[in-house]
Design a protein around this ligand. Structure first.
Ligand code: UTP
Length: 294
């Protein structure tokens, strides 16, 4: 029903202060869960959902993300000479093909809303997906694919949500839920980082969006909001006056890899899910005799 979503934006210009000192020189989005950088998981999720153009909003110290999505001829030649064809195939499979990536810079980390606005000329006047790569989702199909299925019915703007304990709502963007099933319900209100007693629900905006391009016009004039940052949620709340927003309570598990606990948990869960790692990993965990901690 809606215009097809072909482009995904990945804002990767944040400072990652919760993960210092690891993120002093290394972008948070290049931290690895098992052996893949967070940004690769987000790109894979977007590709599974049919995305064709990958737009990265980067900042200082983030050049390595651009390198990650480039060919590395010395490495490829060496792998080829050593007959490591499986590793070579994996590397090539991970790369978006030529001309399908774009990079722009957010010169100052003024907030997520500002980072998204920096992509306006690359995205143009089409709907686009937005993925925050530090939020890692384990879903089958992936969360963006689940949202695309909803978008095909609804058009407009689509947001993935999940429940958190009520005491945690003040750390997130929160929505109010209107009518409809978990896979397709009306969103009636949004507020960024509300006090617990003022939050309209415990459903958080969890890091995956499908947005209409009119959001860019609103972001251009968006004053600073919570935390002194230009907040995407504030601009979406304004856009709600003229466009529909649909919520998807997605199927799957999320890990906030911008936090240390979420990141460590993701590593354990993803390692236990890997056929080539599970057995050896469990054996090492057993040796640690962690019983006293549980
Ligand atoms: P976060 O809210 O996790 O912020 O951003 P952060 O600055 O990266 O990390 P902390 O809170 O200081 O530890 C969510 C996503 O939005 C991007 C980040 O790179 C991350 O992918 N972002 C945030 C920007 O691109 N620009 C900004 O100004 C803020």
């Amino acid at each position: 029903m809606g215009k097809r979503v072909r482009t995904a934006v990945f804002p990767v210009a944040g400072l990652g202060t919760r993960f210092l000192p690891a993120t002093k020189a290394l972008p948070k989005e290049m931290l690895t869960v098992v052996d893949r950088p967070l940004i690769q998981y987000a790109v894979d999720e977007a590709r599974e959902a049919g995305i064709e153009h990958f737009v990265f909003v980067t900042g200082r110290n983030k050049g390595v993300i651009e390198d990650h999505f480039d060919r590395q001829f010395e490495l490829e030649t060496t792998l080829e000479m050593r007959g490591k064809t499986k590793a070579l195939d994996e590397l090539r499979k991970d790369l978006p093909s030529a001309g399908r990536t774009s990079f722009t810079r957010q010169q100052e980390p003024l907030g997520l809303g500002h980072a998204v606005w920096c992509a306006r000329h690359i995205v143009g006047s089409e709907p686009f997906a937005l993925l925050l790569p530090d939020m890692l989702f384990k879903g089958n199909p992936g969360v963006l694919k689940q949202m695309m299925d909803t978008y095909e019915e609804t058009g407009g703007n689509v947001i993935a949500v999940e429940e958190v304990p009520p005491a945690e709502v003040s750390s997130y963007g929160i929505i109010a839920r209107g009518d409809g099933p978990d896979s397709n319900f009306a969103i009636t209100q949004m507020v960024e980082k509300p006090k617990q007693e003022e939050a309209p629900s415990n459903l958080i905006i969890s890091g995956r969006y499908i947005l209409q391009p009119e959001i860019f016009t609103l972001l251009a004039d968006q004053p600073k909001g919570a935390g002194g940052e230009i907040q995407l949620t504030d601009a979406m709340q304004t856009l709600m006056k003229s466009q529909a927003f649909t919520g998807v309570k997605y199927q799957g598990q999320s890990f906030d890899c911008g936090s240390k606990i979420g990141f460590l948990t993701a590593n354990v869960v993803y390692a236990l899910d890997r056929d080539d790692i599970r057995e050896g990993f469990v054996a090492e965990l057993r040796k640690l005799d962690l019983g006293e901690h549980f």
